[in-house]
Ligand binder design. Structure first.
Ligand SMILES: O=C[C@H](O)[C@H](O)[C@H](O)COP(=O)(O)O
Length: 222
């Protein structure tokens, strides 16, 4: 039986519930993360609270009566659960399609384990078909765009969009991402860049991959 992308997202969100610890959970942003939040609502009481990676996620968690804590008021988190726009078998990802990349990277950095939920369309051999989101301080937009063009990409301003941090997003098309770890550093070194959507220096630990044959569990070493 073929499943829609929405059904695959829901299946991986359900599978992610197995990883929820008793304490505080880091929660990602996006349509897959939303399914996960809805699943969390069904096991309230089995965990303490959540830290949100965006205002939208905080709002959805609260709407289910789940307590949302400030990241600065908690210690290291056991797990961070989130979706991705693209992911490789090395667990390197592109994130930020929803513009939440910076807060997502911060919460992921504070978590012992990153559980990524993705439907099979997101698994790629090489990152970069999905335009790479880069969060930029507004006054540096033109400068950063010129520097990104020197790296071979074609940056486009995400029109009418402001991040939760009050910044703009440049979506960089046609980048050749042969070495994601190196490129992540290179882009972050451009003055005016807040962060970029490459998650390769802090890759996922577990990938829950939604396929029509069921949810597959992949790890970096697999
Ligand atoms: O900023 C958004 C996040 O990085 C999302 O996790 C990513 O865009 C995947 O979103 P979705 O689950 O909606 O495909």
């Amino acid at each position: 039986m073929t499943m829609t992308q929405e059904q695959l997202k829901q299946a991986v969100a359900r599978a992610a519930i197995d990883y929820v610890p008793q304490g505080i959970i880091g929660v990602g942003t996006g349509s897959t993360a939303n399914f996960f939040i809805d699943e969390l609502a069904t096991i309230k009481g089995r965990f303490e609270a959540a830290v949100a990676s965006s205002e939208a996620t905080a709002q959805r968690l609260r709407s289910h009566g789940i307590q949302v804590l400030d990241l600065n008021s908690v210690g290291e988190l056991e797990i961070y659960v989130d979706g991705a726009d693209e992911i490789t078998r090395h667990m390197h990802m592109i994130k930020g399609g929803g513009g939440a990349l910076t807060r997502e990277k911060i919460v992921a950095a504070c978590s012992k384990k990153f559980i990524c939920m993705a439907d099979e369309s997101k698994l790629v051999d090489v990152l970069g078909k999905f335009p790479l989101p880069v969060e930029v301080i507004p006054m540096a937009q033109s400068h950063v765009a010129r520097e990104l063009a020197k790296l071979g990409g074609q940056p486009r301003l995400r029109a009418g969009f402001t991040t939760d941090n009050g910044n703009v997003i440049l979506d960089v098309h046609n980048l050749v991402i042969a070495n994601p770890v190196e490129l992540e550093t290179q882009i972050n070194q451009i003055v005016g860049v807040v962060t970029n959507g490459l998650f390769s220096q802090r890759p996922a630990d577990v990938l829950l991959l939604g396929t029509t044959g069921g949810v597959k569990i992949l790890r970096a070493a697999d």
